[in-house]
Design a protein around this ligand. Structure first.
Ligand code: CA
Ligand code: CA
Ligand code: CA
Length: 277
């Protein structure tokens, strides 16, 4: 996010790419997770969820869209800009096509600062017709041809321990090189700019005007036992990690990332429908 601010501050010219100072970029992480396309065993501690202090004064009725309002794990939380995980559950405040929200919690790329896990105090997320989750990160367009993105893998869990990833694939012609074309990043969060704003543009988070990246529980790998549990029991936890910490099966190496990307910045996650836990 510091780099995002640099980007915003230096008002890059149209069509420019990678105009931010790359001195702060880090080498590709060498502690890659096992690719999330199959069941992974999480190390998340969900014992001490942080209660929400969002503006939702009463719990949503069963079946109503609900903002994730529990921080189940945020190991990088601390003092400083964008290190307060409350910003990932306090409502979505998108900044439109050309700017990134600052109302975000920034996930890092290093062990101990590499994930965010959210949940819902009022129930579990269930599979209904169409998308079930929308993840709002803060990608934005730079001129007409380039989009700054922090692609992220999204995983769901029935118990906060075992996770399964939504299918994702990097489809650039050269998968060893980063592409700022959002159509090359399929099934990732952190790709679509956000227009939804809790106060200024409070549209349906699942509507076409909101932005964000949609995920459908029906798309989980059908033969995966964790996916089967998710569909039966519902989603108790959503885990978000940088794509660059996962292995691209096409290359056997971590998914490439923009040299100026330093991790996803999560503004909020909405669920389409909950049922009581
Ligand atoms: Ca669905
Ligand atoms: Ca970002
Ligand atoms: Ca937020």
């Amino acid at each position: 996010m510091r780099l995002l601010l640099a980007l915003l501050g230096c008002t890059p010219t149209s069509g420019g790419t990678d105009t931010a100072d790359t001195a702060m970029s880090m080498p590709p992480d060498t502690t890659s997770m096992t690719d999330g396309s199959t069941t992974g065993t999480g190390t998340t501690d969900t014992d001490l969820p942080t209660e929400s202090t969002t503006d939702t004064s009463s719990p949503p009725a069963p079946g109503e869209p609900a903002l994730a309002d529990l921080v189940l794990d945020a190991p990088g939380a601390g003092a400083g800009l964008f290190r307060d995980p409350e910003l990932a559950i306090n409502g979505v405040r998108g900044a439109g096509q050309g700017a990134g929200s600052l109302d975000v919690y920034s996930i890092g790329l290093e062990p101990g600062d590499d994930l965010l896990v959210l949940g819902w105090s009022s129930g579990v997320v269930v599979d209904v017709e169409g998308p079930d989750l929308i993840v709002f990160e803060n990608p934005f367009n730079i001129g007409d041809t380039t989009r700054f993105m922090d692609p992220a893998v999204v995983e769901v869990s029935p118990d906060g321990v075992t996770f399964v990833a939504f299918p994702h694939a990097y489809g650039a012609p050269d998968p060893t090189s980063y592409s700022s074309d959002p159509t090359h990043w399929v099934g990732f969060a952190g790709v679509t700019p956000v227009t939804l704003h809790a106060e200024d543009f409070p549209v349906d988070p699942f509507g076409p005007a909101a932005g964000g990246d949609a995920f459908d529980l029906a798309d989980l790998p059908p033969d995966d036992p964790t996916a089967a549990r998710v569909l039966l029991e519902g989603v108790r936890a959503v885990r978000i990690t940088s794509a660059s910490l996962h292995t691209d099966p096409h290359t056997g190496a971590p998914y490439v990332r923009d040299p100026v990307s330093n991790g996803p910045d999560i503004d909020g996650v909405w669920a389409r429908s909950l049922m009581p836990d």
